[in-house]
Structures are given as C-alpha cells and as structure tokens.
Design a protein around this ligand. Structure first.
Ligand SMILES: [Zn+2]
Length: 167
C-alpha cells in the first residue's frame, strides 16, 4: 500500500468516525432511491433497467449500476446510515423514490405506495428524527410534469431545468 493510499484511508476513517462537538451537528441527506419493486436477479437488464447503454450486466442481490434499486439495497443503505450516525439532528429526503419506468406502468397509487414504503422505512430506522421530504421529478405522475402550469413559460423553463438536473 503506498503512502497516498494510507493517507486516503486514514482520512476516510477520520471523517467517518468524527462526531459532532459543541455547536456542530449532523444530518443525513438521502435522495434518488428510485425503488424498483420489479427488480430481479433473474431479470434481463436490457429490458428491465432504465439504462441499457453499456456496462456489466450481472444483476446482484444489491442491484446493477444500470438498474434502479432493489429493496435489499435500500435496506442496506439505511442500515449503514443508522450504523454510521444513528442519531442525526434531522434528515433531508430529497425525493425520487419512484423508478425510471414508463408512465404507462405507473399510476398515482403506485407512486404513493412506493414513496410510502420509503417513508415507513426511514421512520422505522430513525423513529425519533425529524425527516423533511420533498418530491422529485419522478415522484409525480406522470413523471416530469413539474412545474404546474400557473407559472409563466419562462419560469417553467428554468424550474424544469432545475428539476431535471437532479434526475
Ligand atoms: Zn432521480
């Protein structure tokens, strides 16, 4: 192991183990779970994943970079959050819990169920922490329908770009 790697490893350990002191605090920001209830380790990634452009196509139990998240990956991520910082001051949950799938396979009820699953998980893992959720462009139905038409077209264009930047 060379010196740079050792330094980097020590830095990572130091950052991960640092605890808030005095007037400092800690919060989690989680985003883009894109939970896909239909993810399967036996599925064909060229047909079931949102990005079929290139890459390694072996669907592990924790997912595939080209696919949206299986439930097991989300459980693992939230368990890691709890292990690293079990008592944050608050959690910012910045949306996009719904998978990148065609609108024809979703509806308002399915989106609400997907968001509800993530909400219940975060609440069960962090029962005493304030969670501040916002909706992402995939959480609405149909997807990418922001902003509402009450805004002038120029404002809609800017807001639409901001929303899509987080996709
Ligand atoms: Zn997203």
């Amino acid at each position: 192991m060379n010196t740079q790697r050792v330094f980097f490893l020590v830095w990572i350990i130091n950052v991960c183990s640092s605890q808030p002191t005095g007037n400092t605090g800690f919060f989690w920001q989680v985003t883009d779970f894109h939970y896909d209830a239909n993810y399967s380790t036996k599925g064909n990634p060229w047909k079931m994943c949102h990005d079929s452009s290139e890459g390694s196509y072996s669907n592990s139990i924790y997912g595939n970079y080209q696919c949206d998240s299986p439930w097991r990956l989300i459980l693992s991520a939230t368990a890691a959050m709890k292990r690293l910082h079990p008592d944050p001051d608050f959690i910012l949950w910045t949306g996009d819990s719904v998978p990148h799938v065609p609108d024809s396979t979703l509806d308002l009820q399915k989106n609400a169920q997907n968001i509800g699953n993530i909400s219940l998980l975060l609440r069960s893992v962090f029962p005493n922490t304030s969670i501040y959720p916002v909706l992402g462009n995939h959480d609405e139905y149909p997807a990418d329908a922001y902003p509402p038409p009450i805004f002038p077209r120029s404002v809609q264009s800017v807001l639409h770009s901001m929303v899509n930047a987080g996709s």
